[in-house]
Design a protein around this ligand. Structure first.
Ligand code: SF4
Length: 235
């Protein structure tokens, strides 16, 4: 897909429902499209939409080995409710092996390297052979995501990013979840608007920036999954 085509598609789908974009993407990319799930509430919406429309799309979870018990329980509840087949892509080293090789608690000393090892490199493996990648990112989540479009070209990774919820607010997400009685991560109701790995995620106070609980005090705001990579350097 060319940049011009992605641009045209982004414009076409901007006013349309998320379900229309998912249906188009499933048809266009067939077995070469993947949905990655972090088991935050966007994942709940997207797996429900796919299930509701009968769309068989490959689903991958990027399991850092450091997720909250509530996150794993949410995954299990969604798998059971919607009879999902979920493929897990793990980092090449376990948390213990990483501690042995790099020293303990790498996330405290070099979170960018830790994310590169435990998130970004596994994503690159998950995207091997894929033409398109469905993500749950929303513009409202962070200033770094404010310009997200519903269809984008990720030239560095060589895939089209399909982002059906780009224009959804938190209220839109919660309204959809309640309307369809969908299981979602209970941490969202306990002050966690954004949920990642346990060592790098804390609850936020009312009115605080929704991403303030991620890598708090480090200046880091993104794990790298949704940042551009230079072409051919995704690993
Ligand atoms: S969020 Fe924290 S623990 Fe998880 S991969 Fe990144 S630095 Fe490591």
């Amino acid at each position: 897909m060319t940049a011009a085509e992605a641009d045209e598609l982004a414009r076409r789908f901007e006013p349309l429902p998320a379900q229309d974009l998912l249906a188009w993407a499933a048809e266009r990319f067939g077995d070469r499209i993947v949905l990655t799930c972090s088991w935050q509430f966007q994942s709940s919406v997207l797996v429900h939409m796919l299930h509701d429309a009968g769309l068989r799309v490959r689903i991958v979870e990027l399991d850092t080995g450091l997720l909250f018990p509530e996150t794993y329980a949410t995954r299990d509840a969604l798998i059971e409710r919607y009879d999902l087949t979920v493929e897990r892509v793990d980092p090449l080293r376990t948390v213990g092996e990483q501690a042995h090789d790099e020293g303990p608690e790498l996330w405290l000393r070099d979170p960018d390297r830790c994310c590169a090892l435990r998130k970004v490199a596994p994503l690159a493996r998950a995207l091997e052979g894929m033409d398109a990648w469905i993500t749950g990112i929303r513009r409202e989540q962070a200033s770094t995501r404010a310009a997200a479009r519903k269809v984008e070209l990720d030239a560095g990774r060589g895939v089209v990013k399909v982002q059906p919820l780009a224009d959804w607010t938190t209220e839109d997400v919660m309204g959809y979840l309640y309307a369809h009685d969908i299981p979602y991560n209970p941490l969202h109701d306990r002050g966690y608007p954004s949920i990642g790995c346990m060592p790098c995620t804390r609850a936020v106070a009312p009115g605080e920036d929704p991403r303030a609980g991620r890598w708090a005090g480090t200046g880091k705001v993104e794990c790298g999954l949704h940042l551009p990579v230079a072409e051919g350097t995704a690993d």
